[in-house]
Design a protein around this ligand. Structure first.
Ligand code: SER
Length: 586
């Protein structure tokens, strides 16, 4: 079965069971500055897991584009991927353990026809925060999993939370037995020898963990499940790695045909990073030196390096992109729409990187001469790291050059410095993820409503050509990007500020209505990013001032917002201005 068939089967199975199919949210979360990328199907649904009403109801299903970059350096082995697709189904205070287990079991054994003998499951063994999950255990037995293939594990294995704070709960995980011999008499699903592969995770989200480590019960009991599509495809096809499935095979084969030096690891890295960078660019990402942009830059540059390793002419890149889009277009039609942008961004980044490599090479020779003139036959690790960190010059390239020039490099010291650096970025990335989910609070809700007021005020003061181009909210401020050809004058800024403050003073009611997408448009509601919405949408109306399609949440009265102040108006990109504004509590 092909990946797309598994996806379609999944969505229609859950649709048959009363779930609404909702579209994948973009890889780059909107209104969420502190999260780098969407990393799980539940992430865009956090407000609804916390009790916000979802316009499509209480049973949802989707495929979600995800990017996890914590293990970026592991890519090239037989299992790690940065981009992956997560199939998921959710109960928002609707069904719970019994139905969830029944549906998962039926989907696996009937729709995908996995023999029951291949399945093992795990449940939460209980601790001081939550009891042993005997309920799931009993249901698994009832549907037909024998007792000796049901395992109980603790929080490390059978508890799911995104980061440190947020909705969470015990989970039950399903494992597929690959048929490989057991590594020991005690080989179990928790063992990572490769015999058992986790295929699905059903989280029973009934708790909320706060920053201080306290658990409280959520208002509603939710189910959040996630099934990794690439992994399932590989298992069902009896393949050893995702690279052997139709998702990657065409590009892998093409690379093999073009390569002058053989390396399966490099072919995997190129195939994997090409797919993820295409997906990120298609969802609006661009390379830069910080945060998301930096991740994309690393993906593209690592891909280029491995193309170099394979000694594939970099002029082949446009063909490789074409081939990959052609292969993935059925799954992701957006790739076709964005083909030119994807090509341009990757090629431009390639050109920059080629220059970096040339530049780094010059620096290398300078450093080498310096070392030699001091009578040393080794280039210090600090220099290797500086070449890497400042010039983007990869250590393996430094090593190759050093070998060619009969000098050694201190790789041990480099590794040490690199590890410290990596740990810092890992912590940074985790912090971002945690922060993003935690930032659903009163203050960000207020900023969210202020953003709607600002949007409308800009349209009234500057004209209807103003359209939202991006929005980014933290507890400290809002940031709003919008289309407008020139710098705003100080009078215009003041007018906008005054208008927003006037609407705050009027203490307008904020109301929400659910309606069909077309009706929402007809009603005059503004709202971009149309592909993110399903058929039904929420429209937030603020008095008779603003009407906007939005997922919420919002305050109920504008009077709650405090005083609105624009602190900066600047250019964002060509034809796009950026405003930063704060709310001051009075
Ligand atoms: N949130 C859980 C996970 O990411 C289930 O979807 O595994």
């Amino acid at each position: 079965m092909k990946a797309i068939d598994i996806r379609n089967k999944y969505l229609s199975f859950f649709e048959k069971h009363g779930h609404k199919i909702i579209p994948s949210a973009p890889l780059i979360p909107e209104n969420d500055p502190s999260v780098l990328f969407t990393t799980a199907g539940m992430q865009p649904l956090v407000p609804y897991l916390l009790g916000e009403k979802h316009p499509e109801g209480t049973r949802l299903t989707d495929y979600q584009k995800c990017l996890r970059t914590v293990d970026i350096d592991e890519v090239g082995d037989n299992r790690h991927l940065t981009y992956f697709e997560m199939l998921g189904n959710w109960s928002l205070g609707d069904y719970f353990k019994k139905e969830s287990i029944q549906m998962s079991f039926d989907f696996l054994t009937k729709e995908l026809q996995i023999p029951v003998e291949k399945l093992s499951v795990t449940c939460f063994k209980g601790d001081e925060n939550a009891p042993k999950d005997n309920v799931s255990y009993e249901y698994w037995k009832k549907v037909g999993i024998p007792e000796d293939r049901i395992y109980f594990y603790g929080k490390d294995d059978n508890w799911w939370i995104a980061g440190e704070e947020g909705p969470c709960g015990p989970d039950t995980e399903m494992f597929y037995d690959t048929g490989k011999p057991a590594c020991s008499a005690d080989c179990q699903p928790s063992c990572n020898c490769g015999k058992y592969v986790e295929i699905w995770n059903n989280v029973f989200m009934e708790y909320f963990k706060s920053k201080d480590g306290k658990y409280t019960k959520l208002e509603q009991k939710n189910v959040d499940t996630g099934l990794g599509l690439e992994r399932m495809t590989m298992l069902l096809q009896g393949k050893e790695t995702p690279y052997d499935t139709e998702i990657f095979a065409p590009i892998m084969n093409k690379l093999e045909e073009l390569q002058k030096v053989d390396s399966i690891k490099s072919r995997r890295i190129v195939s994997e990073h090409l797919r993820s960078s295409m997906m990120v660019i298609s969802d609006g990402g661009r390379p830069s030196n910080i945060d998301r942009g930096y991740v994309l830059r690393r993906l593209i540059r690592r891909m280029i390096r491995h193309l170099n390793k394979l000694q594939i002419d970099l002029n082949e890149l446009p063909n490789l992109i074409e081939l990959n889009i052609d292969n993935l277009k059925e799954m992701y039609p957006d790739l076709v729409t964005n083909k030119e942008i994807i090509k341009n961004v990757i090629i431009e980044e390639k050109d920059k990187f080629v220059k970096t490599l040339e530049h780094g090479e010059k620096e290398f020779y300078k450093e080498m001469e310096k070392a030699k003139s001091q009578g040393k036959d080794i280039i210090p690790g600090e220099v290797v790291f500086k070449l890497y960190d400042t010039y983007g010059f990869p250590p393996e390239v430094t090593k190759e050059l050093a070998e060619e020039n009969g000098i050694r490099i201190d790789l041990n010291k480099f590794d040490e410095l690199f590890k410290v650096h990596q740990e810092k970025s890992r912590q940074g990335a985790e912090q971002k993820f945690k922060g993003g989910l935690a930032e659903q609070n009163e203050i960000t809700t207020a900023y969210h409503t202020a953003t709607h007021l600002l949007h409308e005020a800009l349209r009234e003061v500057l004209g209807d050509h103003v359209r939202q181009n991006g929005s980014n909210i933290t507890s400290e401020r809002l940031r709003f990007d919008f289309t407008h050809p020139q710098k705003m004058t100080s009078e215009e800024i003041k007018q906008v500020e005054d208008l927003v403050n006037e609407k705050i003073k009027e203490d307008l009611n904020v109301t929400c209505e659910e309606m069909g997408y077309d009706d929402a448009k007809k009603s005059g509601a503004i709202g971009l990013f149309t592909n993110k919405y399903g058929d039904k949408v929420k429209v937030y109306t603020i008095g008779d001032f603003s009407k906007e399609i939005c997922g919420g949440p919002h305050v109920t009265h504008t009077g709650e917002l405090g005083k609105f102040k624009i602190i900066k108006e600047e250019a964002s990109s060509s034809g796009v201005r950026r405003i930063k504004a704060v709310l001051i509590k009075e």
